[in-house]
Write a protein that binds this ligand. Structure first.
Ligand SMILES: [Zn+2]
Length: 509
C-alpha cells in the first residue's frame, strides 16, 4: 500500500519567505528514507532528527520506502526549520495523522532527537510570507508563539513536542514518557537605551553636531582624544531620533528575528536600534553571512537606527570597504551557493576616531608625538568613499572645568526639535524620493538657496580648504540648521555654522 502526505513550510532567503510544499510518498518497497529538493547539509541532518523524533514520540516508524520532496526544487532551502513539516507530511502519508488537516498548514520548527520542538530564527518574516501567500494557519514551537502572533491575520498554534501535535492531529499514541516541557528560547540580552543627553556635560559643539546629524539624517565623524566622551555622545543619538513608523518597525523587527536578537515579549521594535561592533569584527559579523540561514550582520541590525564604529581607523580595511554597499544602496547582498540573500541596511553611520595614533593631535596638536606621516595616514584609513558620505565632522574636546556643572538639554527636549525639523524637511521634499536632507543631492538644495548666501563657501573653495563635494555637504547642513531653527530657508548664519560643522581644525573637508 502506498500513501501520500503533504504539509507546508517556509524557506527564508534574506527577509523574503517562500511557501514550500513538503510532499511525502510512502511505497511498499525496501524500507528507506530519502529527502529530495535541493537540501543543503543541514537538511540532510533533518532526516536523522525526524527519524529519532518520531520514534521518541511513541509513533511507529513506517517500514516502507519513504521519499520526501520539498518543492519547488529550485528554491534555495537552508536551516533546520523544515524538520516539523517533514515529520508531519510523513505521518500524514503513513495515515498516522489525519492527512486532510495538515496539508495546507505551515509548520515551522526544528526537532530535537527527543521529539521536542526547538525554536527557529526568522519566525516573523516566515509567518508573514505564509499569510501573504494565503496560508494563515501556522504551527510554531511554543516559545515562538508570541513572535508569530505579531503577524496580522495569522492563526497561530504552538506545540512543545511532536507527540503533542500528532495527538492533536488524531494520532493514536502509545503511552510513553514524552517530555512535555518546552525548550526554552534564549532571550537576547536587553540593549539598554543609551542614557539621557542631559548626562553629557558641556560639549556644546559636539551636542549641536549630534542634533544636526539626527535632524538631517547625516552621517557623523567625531574626532577627539581618548576619554573625551565620544562613545557617550554616539550612544545618545538613537534617543533623539523619532519612533519608527509601522513599515519600518515591521522591517527592523524582521531583521532582528532572523538575527536571533529579537524578544517578542516586547512587541515590534519601535525605536531606532543601536549597533556598535568592535573594531576586531570580521566582515561577516558586520555585513552578515554564516552557514545555514544567513544571519544579518551589525550593519543590518542597525537598519533604521545607528551603526557606531568606535576607533573607526582600527577597523580592518575590508570591513570598512564592505560598508560602501549599504551606504550607497541601503541594503546588503549576501551571496550564497544556493542563491542571494538581501538584508536592508539603511543606517546612520557614526564614526569615532582619535586624531592620530597617540590621540593628542587635537587643536594645535602641541602634545602629539606622532610623525606628520603617521598622523596623515591614520585618518586616511577612513578616507575616500566612506568619509565622502559623512556630512558632519567635529572635534570633541575634553570637558572644560567651567562646563562641568553645566547640565545640557535632555533627550526629550532635543528629540522634539529633531522631530519638528524632520517634519519640515519631509514637507519640503514632498513629491521627491527623499525624506531627509542627507539623502538629497547638493545641487537640488543649492538651486533652492537665496542669492548671495554662498560667499564664504566659494572663498573656502578658492582657498582649497573645501572640496566641491564638501561644498555640497555644507549646503545640506545649512538646510538642516534652518529646519532646526524653524526657518523656511537657510540664512547666511546657517551657512557659516554649516561650514564650521564640516571643517575640523584646519583639515581639508
Ligand atoms: Zn599623535
Amino acid at each position: 500500500m502506498s500513501g501520500l502526505g503533504q504539509s507546508r513550510a517556509v524557506s527564508l532567503v534574506g527577509l523574503t519567505g517562500h511557501v514550500v510544499e513538503v510532499q511525502a510518498h510512502l511505497a511498499a518497497s525496501v524500507p528507506g528514507f530519502t529527502l529530495v529538493g535541493l537540501p543543503d547539509a543541514a537538511l540532510s541532518e533533518a532526516r536523522d532528527r525526524v527519524r529519532a523524533a518520531v520514534s521518541s514520540s511513541g509513533l511507529s516508524w513506517p517500514q516502507r520506502k519513504i521519499t520526501v520532496n520539498l518543492a519547488p526544487a529550485a528554491l534555495p532551502k537552508s536551516g533546520s526549520g523544515f524538520d516539523l513539516a517533514i515529520a508531519v507530511a510523513m505521518l500524514a502519508g503513513a495515515r498516522l495523522v489525519d492527512a486532510s488537516r495538515v496539508r495546507d498548514v505551515v509548520h515551522l520548527g526544528e526537532l530535537g532527537l527527543d521529539g521536542r520542538l526547538h525554536p527557529v530564527r526568522g519566525v516573523l518574516p516566515a509567518v508573514a510570507a505564509a499569510v501573504a501567500a494565503g496560508f494563515p494557519d501556522v504551527v510554531v514551537p511554543a516559545p515562538d508563539v508570541p513572535e508569530a502572533q505579531l503577524v496580522p491575520g495569522a492563526r497561530v498554534t504552538g506545540a512543545a513536542t511532536l507527540a503533542e501535535l500528532a495527538a492533536r492531529y488524531g494520532a493514536d499514541l502509545d503511552p510513553v514518557a514524552v517530555p512535555d516541557d518546552p525548550v526554552v528560547r534564549p532571550v537576547p540580552p536587553l540593549r539598554e537605551p543609551g542614557g539621557d543627553l542631559a548626562d553629557v556635560l558641556g560639549q556644546p559643539e559636539a551636542r549641536a553636531a549630534l542634533e544636526v546629524a539626527a535632524a538631517g539624517g547625516h552621517h557623523l565623524l567625531l574626532v577627539g582624544a581618548p576619554g573625551t566622551g565620544k562613545t557617550m555622545l554616539a550612544s545618545r543619538l538613537p534617543g533623539i531620533l523619532p519612533d519608527l513608523d509601522e513599515a519600518a518597525a515591521v522591517e527592523v523587527t524582521a531583521v532582528h528575528s532572523v538575527a536571533g536578537t529579537f524578544d517578542a515579549s516586547r512587541g515590534l521594535v519601535r525605536r531606532p536600534p543601536f549597533e556598535d561592533p568592535h573594531h576586531t569584527a570580521t566582515p561577516a559579523a558586520v555585513v552578515g553571512g554564516g552557514s545555514g540561514v544567513p544571519r544579518p550582520g551589525a550593519a543590518s541590525r542597525a537598519h533604521r537606527g545607528v551603526l557606531f564604529l568606535d576607533e573607526a581607523p582600527e577597523f580592518g580595511g575590508r570591513v570598512l570597504d564592505t560598508l560602501r554597499q549599504p551606504l550607497e544602496h541601503g541594503e546588503i547582498v549576501v551571496h550564497r551557493a544556493g542563491g542571494t540573500a538581501r538584508f536592508p541596511a539603511r543606517f546612520q553611520l557614526v564614526l569615532a576616531a582619535n586624531p592620530c595614533p597617540c590621540g593628542l593631535a587635537v587643536g594645535k596638536g602641541l602634545d602629539c608625538t606622532c610623525t606628520p606621516l603617521a598622523r596623515r595616514r591614520y585618518l586616511a584609513r577612513l578616507s575616500g568613499p566612506l568619509l565622502d558620505r559623512v556630512d558632519v565632522q567635529v572635534e570633541v574636546h575634553p570637558v572644560r572645568a567651567v562646563d562641568r556643572g553645566q547640565v545640557g538639554e535632555s533627550t526629550a527636549v532635543v528629540g522634539r526639535r529633531v522631530a519638528q525639523a524632520r517634519a519640515a524637511a519631509a514637507e519640503r521634499l514632498r513629491g521627491t524620493p527623499w525624506r531627509l536632507n542627507a539623502e538629497v543631492p547638493g545641487r537640488w538644495l543649492r538651486d533652492r538657496l537665496g542669492p548671495g548666501l554662498l560667499g564664504d563657501v566659494d572663498r573656502a573653495l578658492e582657498r582649497g580648504t573645501l572640496s566641491l563635494r564638501g561644498a555640497d555637504r555644507v549646503v545640506r547642513l545649512a538646510w538642516t540648521l534652518a529646519d532646526l531653527a524653524g526657518r523656511p530657508a537657510p540664512e547666511r548664519g546657517d551657512v557659516g555654522r554649516a561650514l564650521a560643522l564640516r571643517v575640523r581644525g584646519g583639515h581639508r573637508a
